[in-house]
Design a protein around this ligand. Structure first.
Ligand SMILES: C[S@@+](CC[C@H](N)C(=O)[O-])C[C@H]1O[C@@H](n2cnc3c(N)ncnc32)[C@H](O)[C@@H]1O
Length: 281
């Protein structure tokens, strides 16, 4: 309880410092204040490792940290074989990050730029990390939701409003003894609307979508179908459907713009399956 309370104090301190900075509108900040929208508080290294575990960061990933502080997220990701960059408004942090990347021997794969996170193109990220504040996360949300479906987004301590995380972990850092939360979101594909399946099983289905949560209604030429277990993870959609009272067939596919392709599993039988966007009825 004491630890949880301490963590709340820490969050409150960040928020309080942010409001002070906003009123000071400091550009050339003396020590004790800060430049930008969020004060510098480093994510403890054991929490960094858990955040990167949560996003399953590995070689092949491109990691971008918005407000990168001393560069620890991107440097640690680069030590796992990933590439990426961090942006921070504070030139001292950028100098420190470049030095930290050098010391870790990952300068080739970890770059740092003095730049406003709101003016940063982060569309290349396969993993986006942040330790900002709730209102900043929410301001970034439209751009984050426009990233390639399947992009993993990890935030230390702060949520994204009503966009529920796909996963959340709570931990007490062994280094600071504070409680930390890490949230993971997987950017969902645009699945909402009407879809028409092609081929031997021309079912029609309508999807309603709130972020990664979907509801699906299906019908065939002979009437409504039972549909259940509709799930969307990045671009991967799965659901079960079948005639009322009959067995359900398992549909799975990947959404690529206006098309879905995948398979239908019916017991041991696997049939290729495609659907196209259709007008919503
Ligand atoms: C809470 S710290 C997080 C540092 C690092 N990501 C970590 O987790 O250890 C937030 C960082 O964001 C930077 N920052 C604040 N507003 C910014 C902005 N508009 N653009 C870029 N960086 C910003 C601050 O200078 C600070 O280093």
């Amino acid at each position: 309880m004491r630890r949880a309370t301490t963590a709340l104090y820490r969050c409150a301190a960040i928020l309080f410092a942010a409001s002070l900075a906003a009123s000071a509108a400091a550009q050339d900040a003396p020590d004790g204040t800060f430049i930008g929208d969020v004060p510098y508080v480093a994510t403890p290294q054991d929490v960094v490792e858990r955040m990167l575990d949560l996003a399953k960061v590995g070689a092949g990933d491109y990691v971008i940290d918005l407000g990168s502080g001393d560069g620890r997220l991107v440097v640690t990701a680069a030590q796992r074989g990933a590439q990426g960059f961090g942006v921070d408004l504070d030139p001292k942090r950028i100098a420190e990050s470049i030095e930290n990347a050098k010391k870790a021997g990952v300068s080739e794969r970890a770059q740092f730029f003095q730049r406003d996170l709101f003016e940063t193109d982060f569309s290349r990220a396969t993993v986006l990390t942040m330790y900002l504040l709730p209102d900043i996360n929410i301001a970034l949300r439209p751009k984050v939701l426009g990233l390639k479906p399947g992009t993993r987004v990890v935030s230390h301590d702060f949520h994204m409003g009503d966009w529920e995380p796909d996963q959340r972990i709570r931990m007490i850092s062994k280094l600071t003894h504070y409680e930390s939360n890490a949230y993971l979101w997987i950017v969902p594909a645009q699945a909402a609307g009407g879809w028409q399946a092609e081929g031997a099983d021309p079912i029609r289905f309508e999807i309603s979508q709130t972020f990664q949560q979907i509801k699906l209604q299906a019908r065939s030429a002979s009437g409504s179908l039972n549909a259940e277990d509709a799930r969307l993870t990045g671009d991967r959609i799965t659901f079960k459907a079948g005639v009322p009272g009959g067995p359900l067939r398992a549909y799975e596919g990947r959404i690529d713009g206006d098309a879905i392709s995948g398979v239908i599993r019916d017991g041991a039988k696997e049939t290729p399956w495609r659907a196209r966007r259709a007008a919503t009825k």
